[in-house]
Design a protein around this ligand. Sequence first.
Ligand SMILES: [Fe+2]
Ligand SMILES: [Fe+2]
Length: 220
Amino acid sequence: MGLLTLEEIKKNKIFDTFIEMADRNFKTLGYKEHGRRHAEHTAKVTSQILSALSFSPEEVEIGKIAGYLHDIGNAFSKRFHEEQGAVFVLRNFVKMGYVDEGIRIAKIIGQHEKRDKVPQDPVLAAVIFGDKSDVSRNRVRKKDFKKFDEHDRVNYACTDTKILISNKSKEISLYLTVDTNIATAFEYFQIFLSRFKFLKMAAETLFLKFSLFINEGKIL
Ligand SMILES: [Fe+2]
Ligand SMILES: [Fe+2]
């Protein structure tokens, strides 16, 4: 079998069907967007990081696939979605004849929310960046500003997200553009503190220093 690619995986409709199902579940619960847009964002950033760090094309594709499928378990339930997603993906990959790739991707999916420990796999670390960097206005579903909780508000306040990797200074920087009329940089930092700590650990796994900029000002 040749190189397994995300494009190949997308041909099997079962994955997109379950990603859509996961997003529908979240919509019913009033949670932010977790559908194909979030899957594409995660795959794109994962690929950007691994390519910039000169990982092999095989590793980049594994990262893209794991990034794309990381939240598929939400089709079953939010709680334990990592484990449920891992089992679902492994089963389907085995059925398709991709046993080794299935095991590797299932492991990454199963660990993508483990905020209490430094990720061991650099591809997992890149997926964590793809996933946790996705804070944006587009993900908030509520239309009525008065009904926003503080998470909706800080997500809505973020109008642009950018990741830059410098191989020279061994740095990975997350740039957020935040509308401070909606949420202050401090509120933003407060709400997402555990997320930023997680990103710092993921950066360590990639042998990079993590920097955070809000409206061009260096926060971390
Ligand atoms: Fe998740
Ligand atoms: Fe996610």
